[in-house]
Design a protein around this ligand. Structure first.
Ligand SMILES: O=C(O)c1cccc(C(=O)CC[C@H]2O[C@@H](n3cnc4c(=O)[nH]cnc43)[C@H](O)[C@@H]2O)c1
Length: 215
């Protein structure tokens, strides 16, 4: 039995997670929910794991999740899956054809959040929104927060990995190291290096947690 399967979008995230950690299985899927779902499903179909983790850098909703914090998901949402209309966005759930996707596993999320806090990270819990387009305006940020007041972070892969984990009947958690504030696009303000350092601590912590007999 393998332990955790970690799915990242890019190689730099994988390298950060493995910086101080031996024995962590990390796949690089490419960015976006489709690549993440396909990559995770491919691996989960042939190898047994006990937990699937979507992990990487992400945008934080202010003031809940500041730069340098790490968000552990309580909920994953496909925030732009639905239909546009003159009355505004209609979520897939309201349209009545949402796929069944299991939510993050509460006991695992709690255990991981506690361990990350003990490792010295600023841990925030809340919903993590999965989007196909990175938010880049104040209007879009306000719209997302109005629909999801519990939103703490935004990424592009979580819902995809959750879909694959659901099909494999595996528990799932999403973790986002906050590299930028969700809002008007300002590339200069992104703190990717710092978020990668946070991911290094996340990798160390997950490696310790997955050790046989620990959890
Ligand atoms: O625009 C750029 O110059 C740029 C440079 C580096 C990375 C990006 C990304 O858009 C990375 C997307 C990648 O990282 C996650 N991510 C990070 N922040 C956010 C966000 O605010 N909203 C959504 N996704 C974010 C995402 O999961 C992707 O894998 C751009």
């Amino acid at each position: 039995m393998y332990e955790f399967l970690l799915a990242t979008a890019v190689a730099a995230e994988r390298d950060a997670l493995q910086r101080h950690a031996d024995g962590l299985t990390v796949i690089v899927t490419g960015a976006g929910p489709a690549a993440a779902a396909t990559g995770a499903a491919w691996v989960l179909a042939s190898e047994p794991y006990k937990l699937a983790v979507s992990v990487g850098i992400g945008g934080g909703f202010a003031p809940r999740a500041p730069l340098g914090s790490v968000v552990v998901s309580t909920r994953v949402v496909a925030a732009d899956l639905g239909a546009d209309s003159p009355e505004g966005f209609l979520p897939i759930e309201e349209l009545g054809f949402a796929p069944h996707v299991e939510q993050p596993d509460e006991p695992w999320a709690e255990r991981i959040g506690t361990a990350l806090g003990e490792a010295g990270l600023h841990v925030v819990t809340g919903a993590v929104l999965t989007v196909a387009t990175v938010t880049g305006t104040a209007e879009r940020t306000a719209e997302l927060l109005a629909r999801h007041p519990d939103a703490a972070a935004e990424g592009m892969e979580g819902y995809g990995v959750a879909t694959a984990a659901t099909m494999a009947e595996l528990p799932f958690v999403e973790i986002r190291a906050i590299s930028n504030v969700v809002g008007p696009r300002d590339r200069e303000s992104w703190r990717i290096g710092e978020a990668m350092d946070v991911l290094a601590t996340v990798g160390e912590t997950l490696a310790a947690l997955q050790a046989p007999g620990v959890a």
